[in-house]
Design a protein around this ligand. Structure first.
Ligand code: ADP
Length: 303
């Protein structure tokens, strides 16, 4: 079969279902892909050999979106299809040859991490230290992988991680991600768009330079959100105020569920000097060591 025929049979065979959420470009739908159409490199997602269909998530773009949005959607879909790591959401297929443009992703049935944390608190399902550590180990490991292939994510936050079975956590939402050019170790933003100020390192806010070490700062804020069950960092403080207090040396306070030793590692992510912050490799081993061989519950299934 030619590539065009493969794409056509994927389009024909994909069954779209209910809405999972809405993203920057359009809705994300639940979908079902017949077993025979699952590409070889995604067949490992079919756990049971008798499973007739693979449940997927399908990102769509609104029909009336601008040409720029269409181009950004295509760029993001192509970028996600290059990634190959257990803690980064996998693209199963990208259908971009005709409209509607679709991006078929592995399904993470429990939604985003912030939501799972908030629901846990509401349902009084308190996480153990190893469940917190396991979550952070997975995010750090996904980011360590992205660093190894020179991607700066630029929008690391609990809302941009998705939760699956067995408390598996994967990085998603690559709308702001950039591949660093060969000869540089930073990305300079040219246009002022909407920015996740509460998660951004001071050098990003001041000089618009984004590096792996500025992603580390955001990872620290994600860790704070995790231990706070999805609370909003800095409460209702405005963006400009946050930069001023951070530059004056203030930092987010230790959430009551975060043990002192773990918080020391989280705080290190908020060193003013980017080089003084821990690297993702170190963060990944630190949190992995705290969670390895420890029991974790399938928290999404409990909610
Ligand atoms: P955008 O990047 O365009 O803002 P997102 O990737 O954040 O869109 O997706 C929006 C919402 O759709 C998410 O918050 C989540 O609820 C749902 N979603 C996205 N991808 C998946 C997925 N792979 N599995 C399950 N739900 C998903």
């Amino acid at each position: 079969m030619s590539a065009a025929e493969v794409t056509q049979s994927l389009r024909d065979g994909l069954v779209l279902g209910e809405t999972l959420g809405s993203g920057a470009f359009g809705v994300v739908l639940r979908g079902r892909l017949p077993r025979a159409l699952v590409p070889t490199d995604a067949q490992y997602l079919l756990h049971d050999p008798m499973q007739p269909v693979l449940e997927v998530a399908v990102k769509t773009i609104q029909a009336n979106a601008s040409e720029q949005s269409h181009n950004e959607f295509i760029e993001e879909a192509r970028m996600v299809s290059q990634f190959n790591h257990p803690n980064v959401v996998r693209a199963i297929a990208t259908l971009l040859e005709a409209e509607p443009h679709l991006c078929v992703l592995e399904l993470l049935p429990y939604g985003d991490l912030r939501d799972v944390l908030k629901k846990s608190k509401k349902s009084n399902i308190l996480w153990t230290e190893s469940e917190f550590a396991y979550t952070l180990a997975q995010v750090a490991s996904g980011l360590n992988y992205l660093e190894s292939i020179r991607f700066v994510h630029r929008d690391i936050a609990a809302r941009n991680c998705l939760v699956g079975h067995g408390l598996s956590v994967k990085i998603s939402d690559f709308g702001l991600s950039r591949l660093l050019a060969q000869d540089t170790d930073y990305y300079r933003m040219e246009h002022k768009g909407r920015l996740p100020v509460k998660w951004m390192a001071p050098e990003c806010l001041n000089y618009r330079t984004f590096t792996h070490q500025s992603d580390v700062w955001s990872f620290g804020v994600l860790a704070w959100e995790t231990f706070s069950y999805g609370a909003s960092p800095y409460g209702s403080m405005a963006g400009r105020e946050i930069l001023a207090v951070v530059e004056a040396g203030s930092r987010l306070e230790r959430p009551e569920n975060c043990p002192l030793n773990l918080f020391a590692m989280v705080q290190a992510c908020w060193e003013m000097n980017p080089q003084a912050r821990p690297r993702f490799a170190a963060l990944s081993s630190y949190f992995t060591n705290l969670s390895v061989n420890q029991p974790v519950r399938d928290i999404g299934a409990l909610l």
